[in-house]
Design a protein around this ligand. Structure first.
Ligand code: BES
Ligand code: ZN
Ligand code: ZN
Length: 496
């Protein structure tokens, strides 16, 4: 897709649509933006007569008299609530509406309202919204006749001042990189588990390594057994697809800090012998969303040439029942040497992450973040709007929260108080993998991980509720969200 930046007023768009924004106000009609459109009497009259209010993501299509130019007005919501997130949504809503009507191009204003930040920041949010909103997973289906030709070829951003063009262009490129990294994560997550196997993830990692000259180490199942990766092996032993432990390393010259990013890569979670109910079990292909976020983040970091060393550590395996699967009551020995009594084979994420976190220690990272669709309890507690954040590191918590606010991949902190720990004591091993009450399921999972993160400046992100959505959002089509990529990139960008 071609994205260009121009300065001045919104002009005609060949084969396309002019996009205007509107603020929702007390009185009608809604106020049109950019402010220069106020002089457009025809437009004002049409909007006034339409009942359009300017509520967030409300859409109004208008044919202009003479010449066939089309206009679309998209609601931004109330002026007081304006934010970059509203701009992101505005971009997604506009682009999708224009595509649905079979237009090929659109021109959108880079808004300059107070409180939105620089034109570059607005341009970045806008283009993120457009590109993320237009994402589709179409690899596995023929596009029906009625959908064919619905494709946007060109987007024009219109900034008010010529002096802002250069910065806006850089912002566009950055947004493109980020959107492509998120799309990679989404593709991996949307891909079914018979295609996106542990081996497939390893191939993807190798491809990234080749493309960006990253260092990679991939340890297949047979070696994991020999090397003592007991957590991963315990989960993987029921599957016919060999597990893969994936390490990808991006090292710029003169790196200012080292980030270790651990991702849960369960390509399908049936629960194992503690099998899940069949309703919605198909969704458990998204149990590798943490791994997908790590791969997407590495792609973005390498493309943007961030001045930090980034080490991605992924445990990829299925969790299936079979004659060789681990059984409730089995005891395994993790890479750290700690033993775990596996009382529920469906609490497998913490077992594979235990090995990832221990492995991360060898890099002596300045920051270690793990991402995992870890607990159903997190879905219950926070739903789809917040990632569960657990860490004892106040400064890291603040940094992650801040990145969450700006990217709108928001996090909500849960405590790791000592009192939650004893429930994980086992009679015959160092730990048990589930508590017997099931209380505070998200926190106790975090406490379990903490046992393997000793000495690491570590934070745990439970993305079980946020990684997958069942209803379209303005810039997230239903299915894989690709959550975590934008959050982690922002965390690193703000590090210093
Ligand atoms: N992958 C699941 C968690 C999950 C549930 C993710 C729903 C997304 C949506 C995880 O492996 C799991 O099954 N956890 C168990 C833990 C329990 C046995 C302590 C759970 O949440 O039920
Ligand atoms: Zn599970
Ligand atoms: Zn799982």
């Amino acid at each position: 897709m071609r994205i260009t930046v121009r300065s001045g007023r919104m002009g005609r768009v060949r084969g396309g649509v002019q996009v205007f924004a509107a603020l929702e106000g007390e009185q009608r009609p809604a106020r049109l933006l950019p402010d220069s459109t106020a002089r457009d009497q025809e437009l004002k009259r049409l909007v006034a007569g339409s009942g359009f209010r300017g509520a967030p993501n409300e859409v109004l299509f208008l044919p202009r008299s003479g010449g066939g130019q089309w206009v679309i007005v998209v609601g931004l919501g109330k002026e007081k609530e304006l934010s970059l997130e509203r701009v992101r949504q505005f971009g997604g809503t506009a682009a999708r509406a224009v595509r649905a009507r079979r237009f090929k191009a659109l021109a959108v204003p880079v808004l300059r309202e107070r409180g939105l930040g620089t034109p570059a920041a607005v341009a970045q949010a806008l283009v993120e919204g457009v590109l993320l909103g237009l994402y589709q997973y179409t690899k596995l289906k023929r596009v029906p006749k009625s959908e064919q030709g619905k494709r946007i070829d060109a987007v024009t951003l219109v900034v008010e001042r010529a002096g802002d063009v250069a910065a806006a262009k850089r912002a566009v490129e950055k947004a493109r990189v980020i959107a492509e990294a998120v799309a990679l994560a989404r593709d991996l997550i949307n891909g079914p588990s018979n295609i996106v196997t542990p081996t497939y993830l390893a191939h993807q990692a190798r491809a990234l390594a080749k493309q960006f000259r990253l260092k990679s180490r991939i340890i297949p199942f047979a070696q994991l057994k020999r090397l003592g990766f007991g957590g991963i092996v315990g989960v993987a032993q029921g599957s016919n697809h060999p597990a893969q432990f994936i390490v990808l390393e991006y090292t710029p010259s003169r790196a200012k800090a080292t980030f270790a990013l651990c991702g849960k890569g369960i390509t399908f979670d049936s629960g194992g012998i503690s099998i899940k109910p069949s309703a919605k079990m198909e969704q458990m292909k998204y149990d590798m969303s943490g791994a997908a976020a790590v791969l997407g983040t590495l792609k973005a970091a390498a493309t943007l040439k961030l001045p930090y060393r980034v080490v991605g550590i992924i445990a990829a395996t299925e969790n299936l029942p079979s004659g060789t699967a681990q059984k409730p009551g089995d005891v395994l020995k993790t890479l750290s040497g700690k033993t775990v009594e596996v009382l529920n084979t469906d609490a497998e994420g913490r077992l594979v992450l235990a090995d990832c976190l221990h492995y991360a220690k060898r890099y002596k990272p300045d920051c270690c973040v793990d991402l995992a669709t870890l607990t159903g309890a997190c879905v219950v507690a926070l739903g789809g709007e917040a990632i569960g954040l657990m860490t004892k590191d106040e400064k890291l918590a603040a940094r992650i929260s801040q990145a969450g606010k700006t990217t709108y991949e928001r996090v909500w902190r849960l405590p790791l108080w000592g009192e939650y720990g004893p429930a994980l004591k086992s009679d015959i091993a160092d730990l048990r993998n589930v508590t017997n009450t099931g209380e505070a399921g998200t926190i106790t999972a975090g406490k379990f991980l903490e046992e393997f993160a000793e000495g690491l400046p570590w934070a745990h992100l439970d993305i079980a509720g946020t990684a997958w959505i069942e209803k379209d959002k303005p810039y997230i089509p239903k299915g894989a969200v690709g959550i975590g990529v934008r959050l982690l990139v922002k965390l690193m960008e703000n590090w210093k």
